[in-house]
Design a protein around this ligand. Sequence first.
Ligand SMILES: [Zn+2]
Length: 420
Amino acid sequence: MADELNDMLFHLLWVKDAVFDSSTKAIIPQTIIYKYYQPRYWFFTSQDGTIKRKSKDKLTKEQIQHDFMKAISPSGIIAVYYCIYKNKRVIEYLTTKTFNEFLYKRKIEYDGILQKFVDPYGSKNFALTAIWTPNFCMFEKKENKLDLFNQSFDLYERAMTFEGKEYFVEATPLRGNDIPRKLQENCDSIVSHVSAVSFEKLKIARMVVHFRIDSKMRLWLLCATSLRFSTDAHMLPIDLNAEMGIPKILNPKKLTVDFKNPAILIKSVKCSMCEAMFELDKIAEMDYRVVISLLKDEEIPIIIRNIHPRLKINDYKRLRNHEKFLEKKAQLCFDCFLSLSRNLPSSGVLKSVPRCQSLSGIGPLHPDRLQSRRDRTMSSLARSPVNARTPSTASSRNVFSSRTSKTAGGELILMPLSPV
Ligand SMILES: [Zn+2]
């Protein structure tokens, strides 16, 4: 893969140049780089506008939680986590619940970047993308179509910007002079700073970087999705495709069409039978009572075993007579629900192929009449010359005459032919 997380950019922005005391114009949100399953570096912008790094002893879960949970966004999003999963960049939005889970319960499997979420200016989330080369700079705004702060919409559907599919976002060119000028200055200062702190050894040749303007009109650098140095042995073309994957717990092929009925993208419910994850609207519930009656051959029905893995057989035998237990509900995906419930007598699914019923109609059938008509046609066809067939019966409809005529509407009609 050409581009990974480009976390190196944050290190380069933080490094100070002792000679010229170069510092970049760019400001960054709180950004923690994860390496080897652990938080390793914590960068932030200090009060004076310079990028600083927190000391190693601050890199604790408690401290991260404390700092990230300050001034929570009304969107409910605490942070964004970028990582590489199966050679693909993945972006994950973390809410209060998933953020704490991420910090305390999850085994961080991949190197990544955890970044405090920046609320946008206005009600829709957006990113300003700059494609920078020494000769030109191009800007684009990618704005989400939904209201970021309306939590009835799916988290991802209202949060995605540059990383999202085109049907979630609207790409517009940047108008006016002010913001493009600010973006250009930021990009130039990043490039010159990197060059200065590396004593001209690292020169950015091209880059694709993403920014966001917050409610106080501050321009934040979020990340770089493509970074090329003039010293690269084989300089790959710049990667303009900033699209990132989304965690596999999401179904990206859904979209809110009716605003009163938002689409659900997050697969948050586990099917108690096949144990795969599904969206809430793809789950059906079944009473334990029905489950037990359908799977009565099993010692403990697999569905109940999956929900209560530590349930002992004796406890189960006792519980299955309790009304409260029988009223509990198992959550099943549609496939599992249907394959199970087809065994219910009330499902209407027929056990065997229905026997062919004798034909019925309003009058007596005369197959003999049809047969004799067919015989007559066949024999007349056999007798008549090729060009003079009589298209008069149903069975000879496919035989076209060469003598056709046109109606006013231009359609072809077949002329009845007189026998030769
Ligand atoms: Zn299932």
